[in-house]
Design a binder for this molecule. Sequence first.
Ligand code: B12
Ligand code: SF4
Ligand code: SF4
Length: 388
Amino acid sequence: MAHDLPYSAVHLLPRLDLDSVRPLAIEAGFTEAGLVALPYANAARDAARFAGWIRGGRAGTMRYLERVTEDGRLLRERVEVPFPWARSAIVCFASYHSAQPRSTEPAPGATGWIARYAWSSRTERDGTERPSDYHKVLRKRVNAVEASLHARFGNFEARGFVDTGPVVERSLAAAAGLGWTGKNTCLIHPKLGSYGFLAVLLTSLPVQEEREGRIPAPLPDRCGSCRRCLDACPTQALIAPYQMDATRCIGYLTIEYKGPIAPELMEGMGRQVFGCDICQDVCPWNRKSPVAADSELHTRQELVNPALDWLAGMDEAEFERQFNGSPVRRAGFLGMRRNVSVAMGNSGEARFAPWLRAWAEAADQGLRAATRWALEKLGNPESGRGDN
Ligand code: B12
Ligand code: SF4
Ligand code: SF4
């Protein structure tokens, strides 16, 4: 393995440089790519930030983020903890910006909001449109980059990740010069904005620029005095610039968290039924960023401002049909019903009361709590018979 090699042997290894890596990533379907030698300059600072975040209890029920090694080190704190052989990280960015409206624009009727990243679909060979999930789409692309590198450089160690690997992808992306961490904690690319997925390819190959002393400096923070995201977050999940308490984030509450939601947070959830785009929709860096034309990440029009009646009327089989292969499936059928109940409560429309009453005795605690809260919020209408 490369990390067992003496210095002289490491010196003889082929080296990566951005000029040869970037075209491979673009060819594989990514919008942009960066490269950084490991360990990177700010690794100790980022490790301390991550550890502080975990110790502050900000990860809630996302226990996988808290995994530790046998000697008690947080697995994700530094890349070298799980991957001591890694000498470089190629970080790829795939834009999912689309021309559709934003969650912060006036919406028609009683509709919910599904986060932009989950609208995706792809056209199969037989011409049918199927839901697509960025995890799968990008994974295939990372594998393609890895295969091209092997074809060029022969044998070396590599591991690719999209979201689920034990690395803090945004820290690596910032270190690789792809953008800066915004006050909303998102990675913002100066031209492409923040509607972009990240994928990481770790390799045991060293970086050319390092030897030449041309280590790319991380991009400067361009948030300036702006604080639109902090002011717009309806659940005050952005507890300070650059810092999020995930247990208050609607992205966490609607997707990751399965139980009953605190009433004051349900109030703030508004009409978001899956994820949340508010702190990105208000960000000026997403105003002029180009729309992506990605054939595997087409917008499913029916998921933009979906009618609450449509979502409420789905039985489990229909939920599967609509969301099998889509990121939305992660919320689960009952999780989505719980989120729809909250949105109904926040809609102010008494016609939703029959749905809510029908679910009020559900075995699922989260759904039960949400329907009861929503009915109360609508003033417990006696005759709320609507068009359902
Ligand atoms: C857990 C998780 C969540 C959690 C927690 C989010 C969070 N802010 O930590 C929840 C469920 C809430 C969530 C929500 C979302 N997520 Co998420 N999530 C992750 C995951 C799996 C781990 C993130 C993590 O380790 N968080 C811990 C904190 C400490 O790290 P971080 O915020 O990522 O890192 C930065 C900050 O900590 C910052 N920092 C900390 N303290 C300080 C202090 C100062 C002064 C400064 C300057 C910086 C700073 O430094 C780090 C970067 O340099 C990553 C994938 C991965 N493996 O990394 C995706 C990921 C971050 N998520 C992603 C997406 C798309 C989203 C959503 C947009 C989805 C949605 N629409 O609902 C929202 C965005 C919400 C937001 N404003 O961040 C993308 C982000 C892409 C991008 N351009 O930034 C990622 C990278 C997945 C991917 N592969 O594309 N997510
Ligand atoms: S995603 Fe929504 S809830 Fe989470 S920090 Fe951003 S605005 Fe707040
Ligand atoms: S809204 Fe303003 S403060 Fe927030 S991330 Fe965008 S530029 Fe930075």
